[in-house]
Design a protein around this ligand. Structure first.
Ligand SMILES: Nc1ncnc2c1ncn2[C@@H]1O[C@H](COP(=O)(O)OP(=O)(O)OP(=O)(O)O)[C@@H](O)[C@H]1O
Ligand SMILES: [Mg+2]
Length: 379
């Protein structure tokens, strides 16, 4: 047995489970309750020595090269197993691009010679952590918020809703607020913005936010914070900034869309009889959902929106209930993948090396050819 087998030498039943997010990648093994590592989705690009984000690729070839370096780091620095002839589970969003999925499959099959790949949709597998098959899943991570209802184990893709509201948008807003407050400070790095966001900011109540915006004198402000920055300097983070940073998630845009309307619009796209059940089974996943106060505020916003004329047809919906998965929100989808990996589904549904080399392409739910094949197999 080769020495580089590491942990893999002890048991040959292990499956590598990866969730490559736009900001953070979660990696670990099937059947385990948390990822072995959560690392930034970036790698030191061997050709130039630069640190590059995987999703900042310029072309297919560029993405291939980045993924080769990144996957090598995942296997040999974090997982300590050999990829050769071992299955892999990839947890990804249903809206992830075909180019990314195809290139990742090419890297894994050609470069790392894995035996099979099973791609699982993050919204569906997150429900496995709660042992339920029906729920409305809202993933709010780095690039965007995506809501997809899942009914009896089937994601209702026609009802999906997405908005560019995630950590990226929050960081941009925080940067603007901080540069307005701190004269002379211009380019605050993203890692600092993230640190300030996680340590100092929170989601406030709607009435407080409205009072702050209208400069209501009767409001007791939340304390300011001095954040050490760039060695000798400090950043002044006012109570206003701390409370208002997350407000963009709940402000309606020009099309009257925000996080709460996404959930209600997704519900309006599904069968009338399923709406009540979905409203009582809301599952929030993604790191941004971990912001303090987010869930309470979202619940309040949902009840507020329900009173609007726009949603007057939702007569049956009386309450919104949120599940609490047995994992932190940012790795709930990964945990779902690890649970699926402990079942027979990998042998039944994974795409093997032989199947891949036959057609030289990876099956995709959005491709009619694969959908018809799946439909016939399930009959
Ligand atoms: N406790 C927390 N409070 C607030 N934000 C948090 C917390 N923990 C993580 N985050 C934020 O969550 C974001 C990452 O979330 P997540 O890991 O779900 O994104 P991702 O999967 O990489 O992105 P995407 O799903 O868009 O591809 C980070 O920007 C991080 O700042
Ligand atoms: Mg994610």
């Amino acid at each position: 047995m080769p020495l580089y087998e590491g942990y893999g030498a002890i048991t040959d039943k292990i499956i590598f489970v990866i969730d490559i997010g736009a900001a953070y990648t979660k990696v670990g093994f099937n059947g385990e309750f948390s990822p072995r590592a959560i690392i930034p989705t970036e790698v030191e690009y061997k050709k130039t020595g630069q640190l590059r984000k995987i999703y900042d690729y310029e072309s297919e070839e560029d993405l291939y090269d980045l993924l080769v370096d990144f996957i090598q780091m995942l296997y040999f620095k974090y997982a300590l197993i050999s990829p050769k002839d071992r299955p892999v589970i990839i947890v990804e969003s249903l809206l992830s691009t075909t180019l990314f999925r195809e290139t990742l499959a090419k890297v894994l099959f050609y470069h790392y010679e894995v035996s099979s790949i099973l791609v699982l949709p993050s919204h569906l597998v997150s429900l496995a952590t709660l042992a339920i098959d029906t729920g409305l899943v809202l993933d709010i991570g780095y690039t965007e918020a995506i809501a997809i209802p899942v009914c009896y184990g089937f994601p209702l893709i026609h009802a999906w809703q997405a908005l560019p509201l995630g950590a990226n948008a929050i960081h941009k807003k925080l940067k603007t607020l901080l540069t307005n407050d701190n004269m002379g400070i211009q380019n605050i790095e993203e890692s600092i913005l993230e640190d300030i966001k996680v340590r100092c900011c929170f989601v406030t109540k709607r009435d407080r936010a409205e009072k702050i915006l209208s400069n209501n004198p009767g409001l007791k402000p939340c304390p300011n914070i001095k954040y050490p920055y760039g060695g000798s300097k400090t950043l002044n983070i006012s109570g206003k900034v701390r409370e208002l940073t997350y407000e963009l998630l709940f402000e309606e845009d020009n099309d009257h869309q925000c996080i709460s309307t996404m959930i209600l619009d997704a519900l309006s796209q599904v069968d009338v009889d399923s709406r009540e059940k979905l409203a009582e089974n809301i599952v929030l996943i993604g790191g941004t959902a971990m912001a303090p106060g987010f869930k309470a505020r979202l619940r309040d916003e949902l009840y507020r929106q329900l009173k609007n004329e726009r949603y007057s047809k939702f007569k049956k919906i009386k309450r919104f209930l949120f599940h609490t998965p047995p994992a932190k929100d940012n790795y709930t989808a990964w945990l779902g993948g690890a649970i699926y990996g402990a079942t027979d589904i990998v042998q039944l549904k994974a795409v093997t090396k032989e199947q891949y080399f036959e057609e030289n392409r990876f099956p995709d739910w959005a491709n009619l050819k694969d959908s018809i094949k799946n439909f016939n197999n399930n009959k």
